[in-house]
Design a protein around this ligand. Structure first.
Ligand code: NAD
Ligand code: UDP
Length: 319
């Protein structure tokens, strides 16, 4: 019998976002292949999918040639270290997966006639001089700073994706993801949400970098994944920001986490990492107009679900 379900490859499928994307795609009736080399991912994120006949995991480094027998209808390229600590520890792997990994996955999409969606990032805007950041802003990135390995890899990945679209006619999409949080983030990945929650739950000091006056805007994972699916199903080839425009300072965020965790942890200050963006807020007018998407989960609701997840890890002795 011919395959009737769309066959969809998710690179980085054992990671935080990739695993949630696998869940959503399976719910929409796709046959999902998750590909991951587990460099920052965790098989526990997809353990609940093991044994399904519409799900397959392939352990593979996507910077190497990708061989998938049979048709592939859609490729979601999510493989990449994503937290500042990870890409500072893995600078070459980060550059390679953004450059060579994007080349390999685009090559696969071209050979199979698949649609292709690149997970890009708000980091392409660097330390922005325009606020909030619309897709038309070209950014303010330090190419040789410590974050350059991630920012420039993603900028290269966007350029490569547009080249495959324009030159080879591949049906591509680019999502620029802003700070997203939720269950399955790695407790010690260094990003602000898991860092503050684990510190608060363990009664340790909450470590704010710099003065804490820098801002971020946090999007709940289910909202983000819903927006990305809408983008994949749209006909928009230009980049689209997906994120939550509700912006706050990192210090206010620390106080919010402390309150929601009912913790008494002191807030302590550590030096601001080099090139840490001072402000960030997505301009999501394009996502609203083109996709009819906007976030539906408010911060307190999303954080409650996330804190519950981390409490579960704590109870199992995993943090
Ligand atoms: P994550 O670290 O949880 O997931 C990334 C996954 O990619 C991991 O499972 C890792 O093992 C895998 N991977 C890395 N290099 C690989 C390689 N060479 N071959 C195969 N697999 C490889 O991070 P995440 O937060 O889920 O991020 C997923 C994607 O979304 C990344 O591309 C990231 O740049 C992008 N993004 C995330 C955010 C966010 O807030 N979470 C924001 C902007 C962009
Ligand atoms: N941050 C912090 N304490 C931490 C981790 C992060 O104060 O333990 C700050 C970080 O300096 C940045 C913001 O929180 O200003 C968001 O950091 P994250 O690593 O989550 O992602 P970024 O948006 O910088 O990529």
């Amino acid at each position: 019998m011919p395959e009737s379900k769309p066959v969809t490859l998710v690179t980085g499928g054992a990671g935080f976002l990739g695993s949630h994307l696998c869940d959503l795609l399976l719910g929409k009736g796709h046959r999902v292949i998750a590909m991951d080399n587990l460099i920052t991912g965790n098989l526990a994120n997809i353990a609940h999918l093991e044994g399904r006949n519409d799900f397959q995991f392939i352990h593979h480094n996507v910077t190497e040639y990708i061989d998938i027998p049979g048709p592939v209808d859609i490729v979601f390229h999510f493989a990449s270290p994503a937290s500042p600590i990870d890409y500072l520890e893995l600078p070459i792997q980060t550059l390679k997966v953004g450059a060579l990994g994007t080349h390999k996955t685009l090559g696969l999409a071209r050979a199979k006639g698949s649609r292709f969606l690149l997970a890009s990032t708000s980091e392409v805007y660097g330390d922005p001089l325009v606020h909030p950041q619309p897709e038309t802003y070209w950014g303010n990135v330090n190419p040789i700073g410590p974050r350059g390995v991630y920012d420039e890899a993603k900028r290269f990945a966007e350029a490569m994706t547009m080249a495959y679209h324009r030159f080879h006619g591949v049906d591509t999409r680019i999502v620029r993801i802003f700070n997203t949080y939720g269950p399955r983030m790695r407790p010690r990945d260094g990003r602000v949400v898991p860092a503050f929650i684990t510190e608060a739950l363990k009664g340790e000091p909450i470590t704010v970098f710099g003065s804490g006056r820098q801002t971020r805007s946090f999007c709940y994972v289910a909202d983000l994944i819903a927006g990305i699916y809408k983008l994949a199903m749209s006909d928009c080839h230009e980049p689209v920001n997906i994120g939550n425009p509700s912006e706050m300072t990192v210090l206010d965020f620390a106080e919010k986490i402390r309150g929601l965790c009912r913790a008494t942890s002191p807030i302590v200050f550590k030096p601001l990492p080099e090139d840490d963006p001072k402000i960030r807020q997505p301009d999501i007018r394009k996502a609203r107009a083109v996709l009819g998407w906007e976030p539906a989960t408010n911060l307190d609701q999303g954080l409650a679900l996330t804190i519950e997840y981390f409490r579960g890890l704590l109870a199992k002795g995993l943090i």
